[in-house]
Design a protein around this ligand. Structure first.
Ligand code: C5P
Length: 242
């Protein structure tokens, strides 16, 4: 049985290994997985991955690969040797890029396809030249990209909580929906646009919630993580009853 902690992925969006390590030590009782993104990986490299592992937590290496298939495959081969649980590739370019990511992973890391970033709005989609139907209904674009990711053999996708129900209904419970853009009901949305609360994300079937600034920037990050954990536990309990 998964607990609230298993749902929370905390992004280590900090510029130094020292700050990252402090946060891992502080939060590893409340957070099951830590996300290492470009900022920290450029600074701290594979050593920070080994540190997180040594603290008994899981690792999501979020490098959001986006390149020609040969380059993506070669990069994913290096990622596969780092002993991480998940790694990301963008779905927006081509099926070939997704196939290459999955081939490079060699089954040693779960590849997640990034569908439409949670900071993206319908207007951004229209400006990027997509047909009007995709801008009017972002879920359509997410679903198109999720289908590519599923067909390529990705273990799941990154999408907003607003799209998670449609993804789970179409692709089944084993195809993971990882949802950033999570904000407690009274929280600031920052640069995120397609946001959901922790409880809503869990209620619609999200498997993992990426929750950064509401924890990192809180006066007491551990208490903020605990509060979010309680909200997730309550949502899990009411889903089980319903
Ligand atoms: O909760 P907060 O907005 O701080 O989370 C930001 C984190 O979520 C960043 O690390 C960002 O890379 C990640 N992310 C995102 N949207 C996506 C995928 C990842 O915001 N679609």
């Amino acid at each position: 049985m998964r607990t609230a902690k298993d749902y929370i992925i905390f992004p280590l969006d900090v510029p130094s290994a020292a700050e990252a390590k402090t946060l891992v030590t502080l939060l590893s009782g409340e957070v099951g997985m830590f996300k290492v993104g470009l900022e920290l990986f450029i600074e701290a490299g594979p050593e920070i991955v080994r540190f997180i592992r040594s603290e008994g937590a899981r690792v999501f290496l979020d490098l959001k690969l986006h390149d020609i298939p040969a380059t993506v495959s070669r990069a994913m081969r290096r990622v596969a040797d780092l002993d991480v649980d998940f790694a990301t590739v963008h779905c927006g370019e081509s099926r070939g890029m997704l196939d290459a990511a999955v081939a490079g992973s060699g089954g040693k890391v779960g590849v997640l396809g990034v569908t439409v970033l949670t900071s993206v709005t319908p207007r951004d989609i229209a400006e990027a030249g997509f047909e009007a139907g995709f801008a009017a209904d972002v879920t359509r674009l997410v679903m198109r990209r999720a289908a590519m990711a599923r067909d390529a053999g990705c273990v799941g996708i990154v999408c907003s909580g607003r799209e998670a129900a449609a993804v789970k209904a179409a692709f089944g419970k084993d195809f993971l929906a990882v949802t950033p853009g999570i904000r407690p009901a009274d929280g600031a949305s920052d640069d995120q646009r397609r946001v959901t609360t922790p409880a809503d994300a869990v209620a619609v079937g999200a498997d993992y919630l990426v929750i950064g600034r509401p924890i990192r920037d809180a006066a007491d990050p551990r208490e903020a993580a605990r509060r979010i954990g309680r909200e997730i536990s309550a949502a899990l309990a009411s889903s089980a009853c319903g």
